[in-house]
Design a protein around this ligand. Structure first.
Ligand code: CP
Length: 312
């Protein structure tokens, strides 16, 4: 039986998510200590194949693999033979022929890893596909919320910004909905597709930022993804005025509200420096949890008996 990768949150069950989040906690370092190293994946090889830019995801997958004793190799689109005209399927088959134990992949096309997994026995871990899903981001976001002592059940989470182009929003909607959270999606109408209210239970939409923030336990701010917009969906000069998170918003919010952002943050566009650097911000906690959550995911995908991952 081929190993299972991780393509999205949509297809995970709640117990599977809980298992990953619980295991990630085991890998978290104690305060003021470094991450511990394990021999769980000694002899395993992970290939990181990134066709889009990344700081957090790529680095933390590489660090996570090394902390578990695996070897990790990272390849970017510019450094791959796709830049010489090789097809994506041929590139993946070429890498699979080198017998890695898993391929971590980011691609600008929604569904690219799902399509490729049909051709490969090597498990693929989705590190972000177009506007579709970014499963490990939603998992590390959930781990970060739980670390604050909150429960996901009944939590009110406002996700604010460029919802239309956000794989982070979609994966978080799938995850939070499985835990019966109350999810408010907020952004300019041109970046707030009505269909998203239908993909899971507990989702409401609003274009009014104050309404989204009122009674929220968690705010997740999103970057405006200009690279995915064919024409400007909202005037850049107006965006911060209407949808930028500023200190006055926090005065409306619950006293124990936390502010999250998957990064990269654009200060002065979707979030002010005062908020990003405030006590409410858990942005760097999210980054740190990226390592423990990805260790849990790599262990889930790779631990156990080694199998032959040949390409078809
Ligand atoms: N959050 C996130 O995916 O960041 P990177 O693009 O830096 O990986």
């Amino acid at each position: 039986m081929p190993r299972q990768g991780l393509l999205g949150i949509d297809t995970l069950t709640r117990p599977e998510i809980e298992q990953i989040l619980d295991r990630a906690r085991d890998f978290q370092p104690r305060p003021d200590e470094s991450f511990r190293k394990f021999n769980i994946l000694t002899g395993r090889m992970v290939v990181n194949l990134f066709f889009e830019a990344s700081t957090r995801t790529r680095t933390s997958f590489e660090i996570a693999a090394k902390h578990l004793g695996a070897d990790a190799v990272s390849i970017t689109a510019q450094a791959s033979s796709v830049s010489k005209g090789e097809s994506l399927v041929d590139t993946l088959n070429t890498l699979a022929a080198m017998r890695p134990d898993a391929i971590v992949m980011r691609h600008a096309s929604s569904g690219a890893p799902h399509f490729l997994q049909r051709y490969l026995e090597t498990p693929i871990i989705n590190a972000g596909d177009g506007t579709h899903e970014h499963p490990t981001q939603a998992l590390l976001d959930a781990r970060t919320i739980l670390d604050r002592g909150a429960k996901l059940e009944g939590l009110r989470v406002a996700i604010i910004g460029d919802i239309a182009h956000s794989r982070v929003a979609r994966s978080n909607v799938y995850l939070l909905s499985k835990f019966a959270a109350d999810i408010v999606l907020c952004g300019p109408a041109s970046l707030l597709p009505k269909e998203l209210a239908q993909i899971a239970t507990g989702v409401t939409l609003t274009t009014d930022m104050n309404e989204a923030i009122r009674d929220a336990d968690v705010i997740m701010m999103l970057r405006v993804q200009l690279e995915r917009q064919h024409e400007a969906a909202f005037p850049a000069s107006e965006y911060f005025r209407f949808y930028g998170l500023r200190p006055e918003h926090l005065r409306l919010a619950k006293p124990d509200l936390i502010v999250m952002h998957p990064g990269p943050i654009n200060r002065g566009r979707e979030i002010s420096s005062e908020v990003a650097d405030s006590q409410r911000s858990v942005i760097l906690n999210q980054v740190e949890n990226g390592i423990s959550v990805r260790m849990a995911v790599l262990e889930r995908v790779l631990a156990g008996e080694k199998t032959n991952g040949t390409a078809h």
